[in-house]
Ligand binder design. Structure first.
Ligand SMILES: [Zn+2]
Length: 61
């Protein structure tokens, strides 16, 4: 499962590979720093895993 987010610096869409990066057996917040492919600035992507195994993304500069 991939999920998409918007770069907080330039607005370009980015993508995080939830299957390989996120541990769905560990509910809570997991934080990833993703370098934007376009502007190369690091976006902090917080993936919140719920107890039912769903994930929601929050992106911060
Ligand atoms: Zn960017």
């Amino acid at each position: 499962m991939d999920d998409r987010y918007e770069c907080p610096f330039c607005g370009e869409p980015g993508e995080i590979d939830l299957d390989s990066d996120v541990d769905f057996d560990a509910p809570g917040d997991q934080v990833f720093v993703q370098d934007c492919a376009v502007c190369c600035r690091p976006a902090t992507v917080t993936v919140r895993v719920g107890p039912d195994g769903t994930a929601s993304l929050t992106v911060n500069a």
